[in-house]
Design a protein around this ligand. Sequence first.
Ligand code: G6P
Length: 614
Amino acid sequence: MCGIVAYIGPKQAYPIIIKGLKRLEYRGYDSAGIALIHNDEMNVYKTKGKVADLEESIGKKSIESSLGMGHTRWATHGEPNNANAHPHQSQSGNLAVIHNGIIENYATIKEELVKRGHTFDSDTDTEVLIHLIEDIQVNEGISIDEAVRLALNQVVGAYAIVILVKNEPAKLIAARKGSPLVVGIGTEPGEFFMASDATPIVEYTRDVTYLHDGEIAIVKNGKLSIKTIENVTKTPFIQKLEINLEEIEKGGYPHFMIKEIYEQPKSIYDSIRGRIHPETGKFAMRSMQEYEDKLRNIKRLILIGCGTSWHAALVGEYLFEEYARIPVEVEYASEFRYRNPIIYPDDLVIAISQSGETADTLAAIEMAKEKGATVFGVCNVVGSSIPRMTHAGAYTHAGPEIGVASTKAFTAQVSVLTLMALAVAQIRGTISQERLMLTLSEMENIPHLVEKALQTNDEVIKIAEKFKDSPNFLYLGRGVNFPVALEGALKLKEISYIHAEGYPAAEMKHGPIALIDEAMPVVVIAPKRGMYEKVMSNIQEVKARKGIIIAIVTEGDTKIREMADPVIEIPDTEEALTPLLSTIPLQLLSYHIAVMRGCNVDQPRNLAKSVTVE
Ligand code: G6P
């Protein structure tokens, strides 16, 4: 939610910042802006719209600079217009800031500042912060660094900020609390990068340090120092970036989303690689081994997440109940955190998140830890907040996911949850060695089966052509494929703006059946294993009302083929693993429909990939 990037060093800052902003556009694209310092002047350019609009609006204006910062916004306070675009400047114009997060007490601070003669150009909380910093600096007669520290002690909320100082052109200040910020240490002397994630940095350096909450990074005269907002000096922990440039480029595909859909054989393989040994039934998962005693005795599992990650949690519920026989609750992180839930010390909470930065999930983890639960994370972004704040967990290794609608992260999450459920089942003795070894070898074969499922693409294109103008869709599934129905509907809504609902197939008769007529496409997930006969009855119920059935069936199925309109075949696998295959044609369907409707599939309206505000 909002992307920030900054550069100081011997190179030209502008191209680095613009390229970086384009990589960060998945975090928001309501407006974009840039500030550049050159010859004691600060040029600030900003505009409503995307980074491409910003470039166009800058045109031939001065972009000469080796120190600058840029921002791409997902609006929280103030509508997306030019005035509310970042960077924002202080009263005198000496300071400029870019910000990702929310300053919750900005209204009270603003009131005070207005009384002291400050005037504001925007409705944002961010402008209030930079005015406050200057106010403290001028009134106390202290350095900007110290004023930033004191101001951050006064604000309540979340932030990743970068500040430029016009009359100190060798300085860059950044700070974080709740929103991510990474500092890249360039290959040339005095060269530094700052960004919301590593994607703008990766082509220039592999050495980075991730700021922790409450830390301020200052680059001054070519040197980086870090201190806390309590004024304690910290030694930067430099680590090597694991992502590659190819992973964050489209590589010949027209959109990131389709590239990521096609990457799933590899992303699933990478998520299970080295972690299972089907021939012996053994696991190599550190968290499982380290917490073996705990896992043997847990009484309840609580799975939390938001959006697509919440759907993965619902699949996880089925997997843990099926294999490990543990009672499971699945919670939206945003509801869980505010409900004063009852948590026991022998509960295990697993937080699922692609980005590792979702504000509601972070807050829910914090609360569960305070109440004494053991918390694991299942995350994709290495070095993000969730892996750092949980007791243990497992990365999904899906590689960077840039398309705003999650695809490969979902199947990677489901893969890792499957391994976790099987490992816990082994520890608790709820699965026979024979079944375990069979399931593990089936799991090892999943990347190959996903490749086959991707071959449905041509068939899916034909279906997309036929139904792209339908105003509504219904998705039905049962058991472990009910969450897949929810995920299929979410994908379609997110990127094509068609209203779609996911429903447990048997629940349809308690309401949605009223919607069914000859114009309503109903996507039914009906694999051979998994309440096949029951789903068939649900299909009959739709057909009896003249609804259109688009069925996802196991290859070779004949019975449903007779009843359904178009049919998409996926390979056969164990019931619990079917979501990894049935999801694929649904992702393709939403993608093709959205493209045919002329929608921006990678950057759907109003959405952002990393939701760092609640
Ligand atoms: C946003 C994204 C979704 C994602 C959700 C949770 O809404 O658009 O794709 O599923 O956030 O994000 P997380 O990073 O926690 O998985």
